[in-house]
Ligand binder design. Structure first.
Ligand code: AMP
Ligand code: GLY
Length: 416
């Protein structure tokens, strides 16, 4: 029987812990730092996800068989390199391979060198050069800070003034630190998330999901980390999926092997179905959040088997199996999110709630849970159709009571 350490603390990690808890091989799960909901299924230890030395000591002291990494900041801190150098088994990419997410310029170079479909681009470190290039082109213009920017590094500038403000922010005022800016063509079409487990050139696809970035119904309001997700996606055909698997995910996995940075974790394609075919908007080097909360509950295989196989560089024992239910999840977020919000507000949940609840940002209180983050919880329901799953999830969202929470009621609106 195996002991597993999951690094991270949001809803994505709760879904990973939950999937691991279904594995017949797993005896004990630890989570660092975890949250109040995860603590129901794993022993949480208050180590920061980027504190690689303390995580390494913890893994050694507790004879951990496998570590699974949630967030990109831990990969960027070199956790996988460090654990492997110490002979420990870990699911997650090396720091160099994680650049497929942590550097937009690196990702763009790989895509252009290997012919992976994406918007054409140029990168700049000089403000004046960037500004004249943008002004000579058409609007909207897409401006992306080259490094990690906690989801705030992309600006869709509608005109010259907006472009100038954004470029000044990123290149003169160094809002996210010293770095370049990638300027790329504006694409249009529905977006979807395609996550795969990747072991070098072996790619194991997961079901597609769609995130909803805007805060309010009707896709209005500011961009957030994601307010809900669902699967399957009726507007993506099996031809689109086959194309994306072959021309995007497989090609990128092969490219990373050829470049000497094999992937050993999750490759997340943030894709768009444009009039000119499926194209890459972004890559992430990890599970998506909130997509993971609707994808992993569909997994019928033993997730420990796939994680450990990739960590150890071998084939998983069996083929990956997925249940073909529809599934939909609604995020309950703190009022004010993605701006400032209050924490510590009590949450009560009706006993007859019929949903899976993943905790994103909660803390324990004397008589239950309280809010402790921007995104607080996600209620996830399965159904025979997305419409049925949405109806159930909306009922479930109404059974979580807290004055300081809000949620969208139109997740999956593209499915009528
Ligand atoms: P990213 O962080 O790269 O996923 O970008 C955040 C959001 O900006 C995406 O989810 C898209 O909605 C939008 N976006 C990024 N790149 C483009 C593009 N080339 N054309 C249109 N929209 C884009
Ligand atoms: N849901 C988008 C992300 O995980 O980056």
């Amino acid at each position: 029987m195996k002991k597993v350490l999951v690094v991270g603390g949001g809803g994505r990690c709760h879904a990973i812990v939950d999937a691991l808890s279904r594995s017949p091989q797993v005896e004990k799960i630890y989570c660092a730092p975890g949250n109040a909901g995860i603590a129901q299924q794993a022993e949480c230890t208050p180590i920061k996800e980027t504190d690689v030395d303390s995580l390494l000591s913890f893994a050694k002291e507790n004879a951990i068989d496998l570590t699974v990494v949630g967030p990109e900041v831990a990969l960027a801190a070199g956790i996988a390199d460090c654990f492997r150098a110490n002979g420990l088994s870990i699911f997650g990419h090396t720091k160099a391979a994680a650049r497929i997410e942590t550097s937009k310029e690196f990702a763009k170079e790989i895509m252009s060198k290997y012919g992976v479909p994406t918007a054409s681009y140029r990168s700049f470190s000089d403000f004046n050069e960037a500004l004249s290039y943008v002004n000579a082109g058409s609007f909207p213009a897409v401006l992306k800070y080259d490094g990690l920017a906690a989801g705030k590094g992309v600006v869709i500038a509608q005109n010259r003034e907006e472009a100038e403000v954004a470029l000044k922010d990123m290149l003169l005022d160094d809002r996210f630190g010293k770095g370049k800016v990638v300027v790329e063509d504006y694409l249009e079409g529905p977006e979807f998330s395609f996550m795969c487990f990747v072991n070098g050139s072996k790619v194991y696809p997961m079901p597609l999901a769609q995130d909803h970035k805007r805060a309010f119904d009707g896709d209005m309001g500011p961009n957030t980390g994601g307010m809900g997700a669902y699967s399957p996606l009726p507007f993506i055909t099996s031809e689109d999926t086959d194309f994306a698997l072959r021309e995007v995910l497989q090609k990128t996995a092969d490219a990373m092997v050829a470049e000497g940075y094999p992937l050993t974790g999750v490759l997340y394609g943030g894709l768009m179905k444009t009039g000119d075919g499926v194209k890459v908007i972004e890559f992430n080097a990890r599970f998506g959040d909130p997509e993971t909360e609707v994808v992993l509950p569909l997994m019928e295989s033993d997730i420990y088997d796939i994680f450990s196989a990739i960590a150890e560089g071998r084939e998983p024992a069996g083929e990956l199996k997925w249940c073909d239910s529809a599934i939909l999840g609604i995020v309950l977020a703190s009022k004010g999110y993605p701006g400032s919000y209050e924490k510590g507000c009590p949450i009560s949940i009706d006993a007859d709630i019929d949903a899976h609840i993943y905790h994103m940002g909660t803390a324990a209180s004397e008589n239950g849970y309280k809010t402790a983050g921007g995104r607080v919880m996600m209620v996830v329901c399965k159904g025979d159709s997305v419409v049925e799953a949405r109806a159930k999830a909306n009922i479930a969202a109404g059974k979580v009571h807290c004055d300081k929470l809000f949620h969208r009621s139109d997740i999956g609106w593209q499915v009528k």
